[in-house]
Design a protein around this ligand. Structure first.
Ligand code: NI
Length: 190
């Protein structure tokens, strides 16, 4: 497996609307190897998710996996999930989510997200997926699927005064957000 290079903000590939892939493309050795590399790269960088265009491949594939994540200690665990050609349906209330992104180094900010998401698409075998996720997990799904539409979380930040470096997040915002994150998990589940 290979650790792929991650594109950072300013690179045009992050602003491209990624294209759908066919079941034949998905079944190819090349694509299956790419998905392994995408997961490996996400794990290596401690990401909670990674979209294919973040590693310079503008196709509608993303990975999500939260397992005791040191970058997001307040996020509920969520099993490794590969989404191919995902379509999101958002509903419910919105909540304020403190987000970061491997493509936006050393910056976090508050993005309002829907508390409820239904996602339909395929898994890596091309089988149909129909999932419902809530709260912080719903935030992660919206963040990753935004990437496939050429959007980054900064586009969703409504109050730029919430922007912070990681060091200052830990210094000034983490303990307050941990309380809010617990309340979000308690209210909406995951
Ligand atoms: Ni991101």
């Amino acid at each position: 497996m290979t650790i792929l290079k991650i594109a950072t903000i300013g690179h045009p590939v992050l602003r491209e609307v990624a294209r759908e892939i066919t079941r034949e493309e998905l079944a190819s050795d090349d694509m299956q190897r790419f998905i392994d590399d995408l997961v490996e790269t996400m794990v290596d960088a401690n990401g909670a998710g990674l979209a294919a265009n973040q590693v310079y491949r503008p196709i509608r594939v993303c990975a999500i996996w939260v397992k005791d994540n040191p970058r997001y200690p307040y996020k509920p665990n969520y099993p490794l999930t590969i989404l191919v050609n995902p379509k999101l349906e958002t509903s419910g209330e919105m909540f304020d989510n403190y987000e970061g992104c491997l493509s936006v180094p050393n910056l976090r900010g508050v993005a309002p997200r829907f508390a409820h998401v239904r996602v339909r698409g395929w898994d890596r075998r091309g089988d149909d997926v129909d999932l419902e996720v809530k709260g912080l997990t719903a935030g992660t799904f919206q963040h990753e699927c935004d990437h496939l539409d050429g959007k980054v979380f900064l586009d969703r930040v409504t109050d730029t005064r919430t922007l912070t470096t990681w060091a200052d997040f830990e210094r000034y915002h983490l303990s307050g957000f941990i309380d809010r994150a617990r309340a979000i998990v308690a209210k909406y589940g995951s």
